[in-house]
Write a protein that binds this ligand. Structure first.
Ligand SMILES: Nc1ncnc2c1ncn2[C@@H]1O[C@H](COP(=O)(O)OP(=O)(O)OP(=O)(O)O)[C@@H](O)[C@H]1O
Length: 498
């Protein structure tokens, strides 16, 4: 038997500029192999070559010791290689079983054998410890369960190698635990897993080995047991300064004026009475589990959802937002959780996205905009946020995930809002860039503006916020001053209501 279930040798890929340079990658049977690196390092590209989405310019791919030609995703599937995408590919209106067997339905006498498929699907789901009725429609499942169905689908198709790209980005803590249990079960079945994530704690917990990419080249590969967190980060960012995000006490007038006052806000039945205020220059965090109401509150403050009752005042002025346009005009900005759906126009260039909310201000005559100013602005954004791109005219969906997120943030910084709301702003962003984003947020608040910050990463909340409000099931259940907190554990307890 071959030593490796899959081997990639000397892989090269260029999109005009070289993105992968002589990359070697070796995967053993039944291991979880973490693939890590900064934004734009080439992780997704390497995996897209492995799964047949892209073709390589040069190099060899061996599956169980023999060279294979993977020209498309069909070829990859034939060799048992599958990818679980961040944007799941399930058909929402179909049942779990129908999704699992989509494309290779069991047909008897010209009819789809639903009974048989349900039975088979049940077996696969049970084997992986997933509690869901195969006849449930997918649109009624949580993100976590949908992802598990997606994985079952791959397993039912006999995947021997599965690639997970940031699988926990939109999962709750409990769902993440479930996913990890499932990964253990997959390992026992002999499935090999490539695991891409920026969450180092997860990697230390779940991976057996790792490969670190930097600027398209492998800079380290080996067992997890032989390296610690600092070692990984050093490989990732090379000689660059290792920016940590320690909390620094910020100066703002805690007894000063409110920039935003929210009283008895009612969003829906569950989130029915929210009151809080934000001071000028303050960074206020919202902590809570998925479903605690964090995102809904921000969306209501941004006019995406109409409030049912209560009052929202910005600098003393009562706001009655009818749309997000109203919100932007009044001085509010929201960096949404799901950047691909809500934050960017994917077919447009980096520059067009960066200037989008201020196009009006850049107009010179009629429909013409001041191209010089627009270019300068986009170029400044690229420099200040350290965006990895070969130019401001590149189409935004060709940028790596983390770099897309930086542009979403830049776009709203360009508006100079009074209050900036950020919902999981650093999901998918590498450690170096996280520190840069946190610095930018601090700098923004330092100018006397306000920030509302939602994150599931407690380390991050602890690093950036002056004060943290805890939400549970649509209600404010606590308020913590960062100054009085010593460890993340205190926040964790408050969130879990223990
Ligand atoms: N289809 C494409 N056309 C042009 N350039 C591309 C294309 N796909 C990827 N790139 C470029 O290749 C580089 C590597 O991107 P890739 O998505 O592999 O990075 P990554 O390591 O997955 O980053 P992240 O962690 O931010 O998702 C980036 O500079 C990106 O802009």
């Amino acid at each position: 038997m071959a030593k490796y279930v899959l081997e990639m040798q000397g892989i090269n890929k260029s999109f005009g500029v070289p993105v992968l340079k002589d990359v070697d990658f070796k995967l053993k049977k039944g291991e979880v192999h973490a693939l890590i690196g900064g934004n734009g390092a080439g992780k997704s590209t390497l995996m897209k070559i492995m799964t047949g989405v892209y073709t390589k310019d040069a190099g060899r791919i061996l599956v169980e010791g023999s060279e294979k030609n993977i020209r498309n995703t069909h070829d990859a599937r034939k060799y048992g290689i599958g990818m679980i995408f961040q944007e799941l590919s399930l058909v929402q209106t179909m049942t779990v079983a129908e999704n699992i067997y989509l494309g290779d339905e069991v047909v008897v006498n010209g009819f789809r054998d639903a009974k048989f498929m349900n039975r088979q699907a049940k077996e696969v789901l049970e084997e992986l410890g997933i509690e869901v009725d195969p006849q449930t429609k997918v649109d009624s499942l949580s993100v976590g369960l949908s992802q598990m169905v997606e994985i079952s689908k791959a397993v039912a198709k006999d995947a021997k190698i599965l690639v997970f790209d940031e699988p926990t980005a939109s999962l709750s803590e409990a769902e993440t635990r479930q996913l990890f249990k499932m990964i253990e079960e997959l390992k026992e079945k002999g499935v090999s897993i490539v695991y891409i994530s920026h969450r180092m704690s997860e990697i230390m917990e779940i991976a057996d080995s790792l490969t670190v990419l930097r600027d398209g080249a492998v800079v380290h590969t080996g067992a997890i047991a032989d390296i610690d967190l600092d070692g990984i980060i050093t490989h990732m960012i090379g000689g660059a300064a290792n920016k940590k995000f320690d909390w620094v006490e910020r100066k703002y007038d805690e007894k000063g004026e409110d920039i935003l006052t929210v009283e008895h806000l009612r969003v829906n039945e569950k989130i029915s009475d929210i009151s809080f205020s934000l001071k000028k220059g303050e960074i206020l965090g919202f902590a809570g589990l998925m479903g605690s109401g964090r995102t809904e509150i921000l969306e209501t403050l941004f006019g995406l959802t109409k409030k049912q009752a209560g009052s929202i005042k910005l600098k003393g002025k009562e706001l009655n937002l009818k749309s997000t346009k109203d919100a932007v005009r009044e001085g509010l900005a929201l960096i949404p959780e799901d950047r691909r759906k809500k934050g960017l126009v994917l077919i447009h260039s980096l520059k067009a996205n960066a200037i989008l909310p201020i196009v009006g201000k850049l107009r010179t005559k009629g429909i013409f905009i001041d191209e010089k100013r627009a270019n300068k602005l986009a170029e400044d954004n690229v420099r200040e946020l350290n965006v990895r791109t070969d130019g401001i005219h590149k189409r935004i969906n060709l940028l790596s995930g983390g770099n897309q997120q930086k542009i979403v943030i830049a776009k709203w910084l360009n508006v100079h809002p009074e209050v900036m709301m950020l919902d999981e702003p650093t999901a998918g962003v590498d450690v170096g860039a996280k520190a840069e984003i946190i610095d930018l947020i601090r700098g923004f608040a330092d100018t006397g503006k306000g920030v509302l910050f939602v994150s599931s990463e407690l380390t991050e909340l602890m690093a950036v916020c002056d004060r943290i409000i805890v939400l549970y099931d649509g209600k404010i259940t606590g308020e913590l001053n960062r100054r009085d907190m010593n460890t993340e554990v205190e926040l964790q307890h408050a969130i879990q209501q223990k």
